[in-house]
Ligand binder design. Sequence first.
Ligand code: ZN
Length: 399
Amino acid sequence: MNRVERRLTAVSSFLSYAGRLTLVNSVLSSLPTYTMCTLKLPVAVIEYIDRARKHCLWRGSDMNAKGKSLVAFKKVCRPMKNGGLGVINLRIQNEALLMKHLHKFYNKMNLPWVTLIWNTHYPNGQVPHISVDKGSFWWRDIMKYCDHYRGIANCKASNGTTVLLWNDVWNGCYLREELPRLFSFTKNENVSLAEFMADEEIQNHFHIPLTEQAYQELQELQVKILHVRSQDSQDDVWQYCWGSQIYSSRKFYALPFKSVTPPDTFHWIWKSKCCKKLKVFAWLLLMDRLNTRNLLKRKNYKLEGNIYSCVLCNANEEETAFHLFFHCAFSTMCWHHIGIHWDFTLPFFDMMIKAKTDSNLHFFMEIFIIAAWHIWKQRNGFIFQQITPTPRMDARPIT
Ligand SMILES: [Zn+2]
């Protein structure tokens, strides 16, 4: 934590948002990586590092500085292709890195620690996930993730020592749901597949007599068991939901964000050839998180004279991001100047897509970002330095 703080106090207050983002991603986020590969970070430590990263990104180096973040940290922590800024979510990253121990363990890899744990804690064929609270603090921490592990992995059963007959998914079936009537007669619902297969008298595992339907299901079960028995000399193999037997912490990390699909426009930002400073600016613009007067009003920030209207035109309209960059007479003039037309009848992101299609330019996004940046600079120049706005980009150097 001290190291995080030391790094933080260095230079961040002199950097733009893009510079700070790079600092957060490549320095602050990677400091705990080595530890996270082995140990589960306590929640308090993760919160502390998150606090430092939030400060670094939005408020510079002073840990006690006040001021609200421009964007919720949860959104910042999404990967770029899911509409965020790609800041690492330490909790998920920690889990993704520790999960590889479970991968080695459940697949019984030929490693000294794997053999040691199997022999010491599960010598009589116990299935690990029903005999929790065994072993060192380290192993108990790792086993806390075993439910998630079994959620992403499916066992290809051979000798059946790592799976439960009823309560695990093996060979693509979840017997508890597939054979519900037979399951209602079972004596021990946590019996392992290996234990069940070792018993020649299969009916010992059920309360008899069985009903007719349950008996039919028992025959189905026998067919499945017969199939597994033919190869019971090998170890079970666990396969992952991304269709491979190789565990990848990168793929695991991406899973929770899979359902977050932002509009295409966000992908265009990161694909564009603009510098990172402009990309972060465009991202803030599309997230509607630029400090326009409307945003200041929403944050209850009092402006002199309570004037929240746009300064670039005389329409006396409130300065929302949409007005400032698209609707304002000044911006309209700018867009007209470079030949981009907006169809205001469409929803915002459809309007962007249509403008791109109509303009038929490969570098549409670059033009859009640079022009929007220019409008933003003109607006700031007028407010803070009383420089008259001009739509001509070469009228004065853009800094
Ligand atoms: Zn205006």
